[in-house]
Write a new protein. Sequence first.
Lengths: 292, 310, 600
Amino acid sequence: MQATNPIPAALAVDRPMRSRALRKLLRDKLAFAALAVIVIYAIVGLLALFHLAATHYQDSVGPAYTAPGAKYLLGTDVLGRSVLERVVHGTRIALVVGFVSTGIAIPIGILFGLLAGFFRKRVDDFIVWFYTTVDSIPYILLVLALALILGKGLVSVCIAIGITSWVGACRVVRGEVIKQKELDYVQAARAMGAGNARILILHILPNVMHLVLIQASLIFVEAVKSEVILSYLGVGVQGEPSWGVMIDDARIELIGRGAWWQFASATGAMFLLLLAFNVFNDALRDALDPKS
Amino acid sequence: MINFILRRLLYTIPIMLGISLIVFVLFHVAGGNPVYRMLGKNASPAEILRLTHQLGLDRPLWVQYLHYLADLLRFDFGRSWETRQRISEMIATGLFPSLCLAVPSFILTTLLAVAVAMVSALFKGKAVDKLLVVGSVLGMSISILALIIGAQYLLAYRMNLFPISGFEIGWRGLPYLALPVLLWIANQVGGDVRYYRSVLLEEIGREYVVTARAKGLSRGRAMRTHVLRNAMIPIVTRLVMEVPLLFTGSLLLENFFGIPGLGNMSINALNASDFPVIEAVTLFGSILYILANLVGDVLYAVFDPRVKLS
Amino acid sequence: MPYRLPHRFRPLAVLLATAFLACTPSRKNLGSTYRGVLISNIKNFDPALVQDQYSSMCQFQVYETLLEYKYLARPYDVQPCLASAAPAISDSGKVFVIRIKKGVEFADDACFPGGKGREVKAADFVYSIKRMCDVRTQTTGWWIFDGKVVGLDAFRKATESLPPLPEQYHPALYDGEVEGLRALDDTTVRLELTKPYPYFKYILAMPYAAVVPHEAVEYYREDFMNHPVGTGPFLLKEWRRGLRLVFERNPKYHHGFYPTEGMPEDSAEGLLADAGKPLPFLDRVELDIFEELQPMWLNFLRGNLDNSIIPKDNYAEAVTPDKSVRGDLAAKGIKLFRQKDLDLVYMCFNFEDPVLGKHKRLRQAMSLAFDADQAVELFYNGRGVRAHSPIPPGLFGYDPAYKNPHARYDPEAAKALLVQEGFPGGKGLPEFEYLTVAASNYRQMGEHFAQCMARIGVKIKVSTCTWPEYLSRLKQKKVQIIAGAWGADYPDPENFLQLLYGPNESPGENNANYKNAEYDSLYREMAIMQDGPERKAKIRRMQDILAEDCPMIPEIHRLRELLIYDWVGDHRGHAVLDAPIKYYRIDAALRRSRLEGRGK
């Protein structure tokens, strides 16, 4: 068994590269900082998700429109609610939207990409046709249409974003599978009599995962941004504050009252997360790039 | 060449069919029966049946789909539920103002983004580059709403550099477009810079550039003569991908600056749950995208003789 | 452009030209043009289909009715418009005989033979009302005639069996007689009512009852709504959806004159200086559409608009705490204008909901827990008074001394009521949905309500949706608590009390689906009663019933405030008429000097 198992052969090519990538990533201070920021966001989001933080985001804690200060770190909004708690709660929404949408999009993309790249011919033609079609519909319009039809709320936002953003991942996986399929280790596995499913899942999939990782973080960023637009247009999250809802709120008070803090907080929270993801993504790409 | 274009045109047919199918399923199957909406509050069951029959909504779905396709071929998108105007006319009147805003924005954004990306790529890893990365991410994550509100107040009202809002046809309309165009650029340029930077870096890393540099070609010269030329394909790809932005990108800009274009129309339709209009905009955007793709493919062939025209 | 540039410099040229032109804003000669605001896109110009304030504002410039509201005289009343004199009403109060003005012609339009508008005849009124009541027109205004005119309901029923509209626009049925709606000759209309409705004269002044020429309906068919052909003071010249509407003076309009009667303060303010002069004074009306408030506000301050509402977040920058215009604005010639609206902002409970409908003390508790005064401060800058019943100040039956025991903020009393009802601290209650229209303001109002309810332990989830979706959920009774507002269609308390009349339940206007036998019978009695002590007593009893049952939380009656430049003359607010533009006058010289003086 041990002798005939081709897995070590595949990993033999792969493992050093991956650990090298990881080491490279960790050495890049900027990337490390970005990762740390993402982790902090995740922790804050999780705390809010399990009602351990920002539980009073709906209560008045002080007078309306108090500027940031020692008592209210990020100030208060029109109903005297703490902007800090609202931002934290918004983090939770952003992370939920980001992870759930990515969680929907990535498996679809991988599945279609693997099938198309591996089987080619009819299957490939159909899948390529399908993703070209989906891709031809302007993204934000498709998401809006879906959100309108699915009804409002967090769940439909996630579904709408999820089932519209798998195309990139699918395309990348398909291209890589076409390349990998011709490589020696796949041929070897086939010679050993491994079935299609086995080859796909155990051999090819691990070797395209690094590309999927980059795609996933792209989808994540796109999902967070889309949520903000959807919420602003009134088809987003209902009954709780998200960053989009906060920006919508802030829009009317920004100039007239000069109440900039709600706006700055929501935008700042979004900026930092997106910056971290972008930096991390760049580093990931560099690290995984065999050429460098 | 003509052969190539014809073949590409043929290839768009199944895509168009696919799009129409998806949109049909979204709006006509999942979207629910419009009759309730059209008849208003006091509709009797008999009236509902009558109108359902009159609109052909009691026929099998595939028959409805064929009729739907036939309407689309005649560019007949039906009428708006809200204003009861013919949607094809609405699109025709909204297209020009949208293009007035989008085309200059689009061109200027691209020129600026490529220039900035070149600088960034030349100084990769240096302070300038890092600053530009942070700057472009900042640009990407500041909501366009903030840009609009702030600029309209400060630049247009306080400093009186631009008119506050409005739209005119002809040269008189130029001042009205200036500020929205600037805001478009500010909003869009960050993402473009990030993309073009990675494209250029990819190209710089290639062997021929390394060779050229080794032969003593200066950095800037290598950039201009080799890299940019070869990066044209990804740049064209990006341009094609951004075509739908021609009107979705201007959704909020049009609303705040009173530009009576397609973005304005879409927001109104959205606020009124005016499905036929949203549907038409979706279809129209897709068609635009496919056409842009076609043009993009032809351009590839122009920029890169290696692309086979088969 | 007088010169040409090489191609590659074109974008640069455009940019430079843009920057250059932007610095020299062209000031066109405005003359006697009034520049008003619409804060929403208007839908169409078909009087049968009007349903929002802004569409009706625009229609009013083009179309006219038999009667119209008096501009200056108070209390609100009507006077002849296309009628030549006040209607002759029979002693029973049921028969209206109305003679119409001779020589009034429709505007010239391609729909008439030779393009020349013809004279308006009595038959046109009969046609217009019949057309509106035809089911196939899909009017939103049937309720104004529903059950009120003899034979009209049967006519409407008969139209149901006719072929669909676009194919057949002028069916024979329209020539048949309706008992209560007849043209006796070319200049006399006779209407017979089923009951002596005292407010019927107001209905004849509503936009739904405007006169339209059948030629235009037949000629433009489905596009009639985009081609208004009326008798009004203005003609629609340009309509760029999403941007603006432009009207110009109708050269054939000769039958309107500035009012000669007004209130004492009107003559003191010089509003009667133009008494008896032919209308309109304006040559041109431009109504700009602003979906967002910021560009509207800034354009107003810049002097590009003649008036503006005050967005709530800009209030402090425009108005001082003692309610006068701030100095810098006053120096520009801006005046503050206040006007009591005939309206009601309220929330109502759906009685079909198993919990909300069954527990009176729960509703009372929620009414007591709602801090309306805080809402007035937060969302209306104090522009409004606490409502105690549906009837707003200014209408018959409003009594400033009347206090609804549950229309005050008293969370302790509310908690006690919850205990009595078996829901101590809100225990045992489900989360209720509060439905409102998707807009930041409305959502915040919902969140404020939820906050108030949280103080007594009642959980509220705020949901928002588009306006059509909101309506459809109301009509299907798929709601729990909704936010609503009602503006007077006509100045009679009946228009507000019908909001809770049992038979008006959804899809009618009784969105609470509230039914109370005593209230309903009182309503039927007061609806056909002339104003007097007896009517007052019945209204008072109805108010008491509502206070006890709490089908709605009456929140506030709003106060409208408007900023207007002093170059607009003859301006007086009107709670029913949204835009009496035909009475306005522009002092073009003053406007020019003020705007030019500002540039320096």
